[in-house]
Every structure is written in C-alpha cells, then in structure tokens.
Design a protein around this ligand. Structure first.
Ligand SMILES: Cc1cc2nc3c(=O)[nH]c(=O)nc-3n(C[C@H](O)[C@H](O)[C@H](O)COP(=O)(O)OP(=O)(O)OC[C@H]3O[C@@H](n4cnc5c(N)ncnc54)[C@H](O)[C@@H]3O)c2cc1C
Length: 390
C-alpha cells in the first residue's frame, strides 16, 4: 500500500464547496448519523410526500441538493462543468425509481438514449447509466430469473425490456459512449445479467461498450466473472465491469431468511472486502479483456487499486481503468484522485424529488452510524471547517 495518506487533503477534497455548502454538509451528516432520526425521518417524509404535503422544498434544500445534481439534466450542467474543471468526470444518472407502467419505462429508456446522444459531444461525460428496473417490472425480471413460465402479457413486457436494452446499447455503440448497467436485487439479477451478456456479445466486439455490475457482497460473483470471461473469450468479445460492494444488504438477508434459501451475501464485512479486492485484482490482471470501473468509497480498496496499477505498469489515465464515487460522498477520494491524474467520475443523480426518494433513502441509510460511513465524512468536514476557521 502507498505509505502516504493521499486522501487526507481536505482543501482539495472540498475545493468546490462554498462555506455555506460545507456547513450544510456538516449539518446533514450530523443528522443522518443518528439512526433513529433516519428511520423516523424517512417514514415521515414518505408519508408527507404520499399525502402531498409541501415538503419538497425542504427536501431540496437539504438531502436532495447535497446528493443530486438537480431535477433535470440541464440543472446538472453547472456541476458537470465545475467537476470537469478539477479533473473529475460525470455520469448523469436519471434516478427515477419505483415505476410500474410501460409508458414510464419507455420514458426512462428514451431519457437514457437522449443523454447518450448529449454525452457524445460532451467530453466531461464519457458514460451513460441505467438501472434494469428502470426499464421493466421487477417481477418480470424475477420470474425470468427463476425460469418460471411467463403469462402472455409478461412475455410481451419482457420483449419490451429487451427492446429498451437494445435501443440504449446500440445508441451507446453508435455514440462511442460506455454504458454502465447497475446491479440490483439478487431475485431479479440473473435475468438482467443474461440480457446484459447478450448486449455485450453484440456491441463489445471491438472494445467494451456495455458494462455490467458485480456486487461483491455476493459470494458467487468471482466464479460468475471467471465463467463469463471464458465465455467472452470463446465468443470473441470484450467485457466491461463496474464493481461495487452492494447496496441491498439487509433486504437480501431478510428475503433469504423469509424464503428459506441460503443468503447470497458474504458472511461478514471482511469477507465482502476480501471478495471485492480479489475480483478487482482478477480484472486488473486481465485488463486486455476486461475494462474496470471501481465504484467504491472504501479507501483501502482504492489504495489497493492504485498500488496494483503501479506494480502492473498501468498508467493513471489508462482508458480501461476508472474510479467512481457517488455525488455528495467521499469527495476526499474523488478530488484527490482527480488531482493526481487518475480517471475518476462522480455518479450524478437527477430527477423529480419524489422519484429520487428511494435513492436518497438508501444514501441516508448507508450513512447512519450503523453503516459506519458518516464518522469519516464528519471528521473530514470538521477538519476542513477548522482549516477554514468557520
Ligand atoms: C459509482 C458507484 C456506483 C454504484 N453502483 C451500484 C450498483 O449498481 N448496485 C449496487 O448495489 N450498489 C451500487 N453502488 C453502491 C455501493 O454498493 C455502495 O456504495 C456500497 O454499498 C458502499 O460500499 P463501499 O465500497 O463504498 O465501502 P464500505 O463502506 O467499506 O462497505 C460497505 C458495504 O460493505 C458491505 N457490508 C457491510 N456489512 C457487511 C456484512 N456484515 N456482511 C457482508 N457485507 C457487508 C455492504 O455492501 C455495505 O454496503 C455504487 C456505488 C458507487 C460509488
């Protein structure tokens, strides 16, 4: 591991934040560090939004503006440009979740196609992204994953999902933009993986255009990766993978218990960390075949990647190797990596306040004292407040 702590520089980490934005972030992380407050806060917010209480402006002024780029893609452009000025790329993420209508799935796919065309002429945006359940119903993915027989209507819906995957993948190929596909819940992921493999087989012939995501809290992912690598070699196409630890830990363990199947999740945090690092090392050792997007806020894994790059003679700006963090989190990693010349991007979510609530709730939950990320964010914010004498 590099001996110096490269991420300690809070002046670099928070250089885009004004004093008032820094104070807001400090206040916010202090609030969401309290687990009971997050639990009560999310319940009250959901209720208030459902009965149309006017809480949107309050949400906008607090969590929304901290974790999102805006309501529309145009709102995000100032942030995209400011990030690019300091060496950080943007992945615009239309984070509308929980939709169930075919017309809404079409609208989301259309939005991803539009954003991909837009990104073609915007150097600051080398990636597009979408979530499988943004393009179709969770239950259709789930039944397809279980190899259950679909009703005629479900079969039609599946064909529409395939068409939407095809539309965005072809657009990404035509625009020469890499397309990241997020991973979601275990119960529906097999069908999403299978469809993604088809897109890769078609569009990754010359280079990786379509990227799937491996959630390394799943103990079966290294084996899956190795098998997929073998299949891709036999069929003559390249792979692209984003690796993350995984965001649905409690839900997965609860569902496995409820349905009586073994949990797909590693037995401990340490096992997840080891799995993440092993998967990352495997990909980096096969960079000619597999491009990598390391999506993490974990300093240890980021250091390991930097160390391996040095050992393996991989240039900091090698186009096959990317780092990524979520907007509003771990700026100390993002901005210091950018300053050192690594390829690094922020996932920048946007969408109507009500529709991005599931995303915001996941962020609040993963930042409680229980999940353990807040204390680090808070201590860095505190350090920078002291440095600025606020
Ligand atoms: C750019 C980017 C893209 C992302 N895309 C996705 C995506 O497509 N799909 C998705 O699911 N998530 C995605 N995430 C979210 C990611 O999964 C979370 O950021 C992650 O859960 C936090 O992990 P970390 O690597 O930052 O590090 P850490 O904070 O060190 O790790 C926390 C994670 O470790 C795991 N963990 C914690 N406790 C245990 C335990 N007891 N047993 C086993 N494992 C445990 C969990 O996954 C937990 O979230 C993305 C994140 C980023 C930065």
């Amino acid at each position: 591991m590099p001996t110096k702590n490269y991420f300690d520089n809070t002046e670099v980490a928070f250089k885009l934040k004004s004093d008032s934005e820094l104070e807001r972030a400090y206040f916010l992380f202090k609030m969401i560090s309290k687990e009971p407050l997050v639990r009560i806060g999310t319940a009250v917010t959901k209720f208030a939004l459902n009965i149309n209480l006017p809480v949107e402006s309050l949400i906008r002024a607090t969590v929304f503006d901290h974790f999102c780029g805006g309501v529309s893609e145009m709102d995000c452009m100032t942030t995209v440009d400011r990030l690019y000025d300091v060496g950080v790329f943007s992945v615009l993420d239309f984070s509308v979740e929980g939709k169930e209508e075919e017309a809404q799935f079409d609208a989301t796919a259309k939005k991803v196609v539009e954003l991909t065309h837009f990104a073609k002429n915007k150097e600051a945006m080398p990636f597009s992204v979408f979530k499988p359940t943004g393009f179709g119903k969770f239950d259709v993915f789930r039944k397809k994953s279980e190899k259950a027989t679909l009703t005629e209507s479900e079969e039609n819906q599946w064909q529409q999902i395939v068409r939407r995957y095809e539309d965005v993948s072809k657009t990404a190929y035509d625009c020469d933009i890499s397309l990241l596909i997020d991973a979601e819940e275990y119960a529906m992921q097999d069908a999403a993986d299978m469809l993604c493999e088809k897109m890769m087989e078609k569009y990754n012939r010359e280079k990786p255009v379509v990227f799937n995501t491996l959630q390394c809290y799943r103990w079966d992912r290294l084996e899956y990766l190795k098998e997929h690598h073998q299949r891709a070699k036999e069929k003559g196409y390249k792979l692209g993978y984003k690796i993350v630890r995984g965001a649905y830990l409690e839900k997965e363990n609860e569902r496995a218990l409820e349905k009586g199947y073994p949990s797909p999740i590693c037995e401990s945090k340490k096992a997840t960390d080891d799995n993440f690092n092993e998967i990352m090392t495997y990909i980096m050792s096969n960079l000619d075949d597999i491009s990598l997007f390391v999506g993490t806020h974990n300093e240890g894994s980021t250091y390991l990647a930097m160390e391996l790059m040095e050992q393996m003679g991989i240039a900091k700006d090698d186009p096959r190797m990317w780092f990524g963090q979520l907007y509003g989190m771990s700026d100390h990693i993002t901005f210091n990596l950018g300053e050192m010349g690594y390829n690094v991007a922020k996932y920048l979510p946007f969408g109507p306040v009500k529709d991005v609530m599931p995303y915001l709730i996941r962020r609040a939950e993963e930042n409680t004292s229980v999940a353990g990320q807040t204390s680090r964010e808070l201590s860095l914010l505190k350090k920078e407040r002291n440095r600025r004498k606020l």
